[in-house]
Ligand binder design. Structure first.
Ligand SMILES: C[S@@+](CC[C@H](N)C(=O)[O-])C[C@H]1O[C@@H](n2cnc3c(N)ncnc32)[C@H](O)[C@@H]1O
Length: 250
């Protein structure tokens, strides 16, 4: 089994595949001042197993296209949507986020939690803009420095993992330059990383290793996840996800 398949296996049983929280998804919805009674058309891009998709379907009167390039995550999402009684409002779409199936001006809202980094924030916001109606909303979370300076260990890690990491002011500037009017921004609190993502992930390590016969590749994946968790725990005062809400102008 290759490493990619192992990663899918480790993450597909999680409620979320990255930092976030139901309360924070709803907070973003409130910040965006979304009309909960309007028949909206939404795309949730990089939806994973659908924590945000299903919550949005429950809170809004919307039709949501859940996009992820991993069919296995979408399969889990479909089962969860059925259990939540919102399957009739969600359709899944196994596509890459750099090749979306939408027409120009088709969407009221583009939602994307912890996923836009896969094509880069600047490219994502620029490329996705055309799918939004004029005045349509983009809600995206993105790894962000939350202080003006930080320890070298952390800086070096992110410089090699994702050089686009920056301060919120820089991310907001990217939005402004790409034809959006920023509406608001907030920082995901620590519980979104530890309680909603890392602790449940750690609780799955033992079963995951057992399932894969404690193979070298499975152990290497667990060790890498553990190193990432420890890095976050050491430096959580300096880095988080920012949640950005912006409106398409023009
Ligand atoms: C960190 S996870 C976040 C998932 C989910 N939004 C959440 O918050 O739980 C990133 C997601 O982006 C998906 N992804 C990565 N690269 C992608 C691409 N090029 N196109 C579509 N989805 C992609 C992954 O499969 C994964 O589900």
């Amino acid at each position: 089994m290759d490493d990619f398949q192992l990663l899918i296996d480790l993450h597909k049983h999680g409620h979320r595949q990255g930092p976030g929280g139901d309360r924070e998804t709803e907070q973003a919805l409130n910040l965006a001042m979304v009309d909960r009674t309007a028949p909206l058309k939404i795309a949730d891009i990089g939806c994973g197993t659908g924590a945000s998709t299903i919550l949005l379907a429950r809170l809004l009167k919307a039709r949501i296209t859940a996009v992820d390039f991993l069919q296995e995550f979408l399969d889990v999402l479909e089962v969860r949507a059925e259990h939540a009684g919102v399957a009739d409002r969600i359709s899944t779409c196994a596509r890459s986020m750099d090749n979306l199936p939408f027409g120009d001006g088709e969407l009221d809202i583009i939602w994307s939690e912890g996923a836009i980094y896969n094509i880069g924030f600047a490219k994502g916001v620029a490329d996705w803009r055309r799918y939004l109606k004029k005045g349509g909303l983009l809600v995206a979370s993105e790894i962000t420095w939350i202080t003006n300076s930080r320890p070298l260990e952390l800086q070096r890690h992110w410089d090699s993992e994702y050089p686009e990491i920056d301060l919120a002011s820089a991310k907001i500037r990217v939005l402004e330059r790409s034809g959006y009017g920023p509406v608001g921004y907030f920082v995901l609190p620590e519980r979104c990383w530890l309680d909603h993502y890392y602790r449940p992930l750690q609780e799955r390590f033992a079963d995951f290793l057992k399932l894969h016969g404690n193979s070298n590749s499975a152990r290497a994946i667990v060790a890498a996840e553990q190193r990432e968790i420890e890095l976050y725990e050491r430096h959580k005062d300096y880095v988080s996800y920012g949640v950005y809400v912006a409106r398409r102008l023009g």
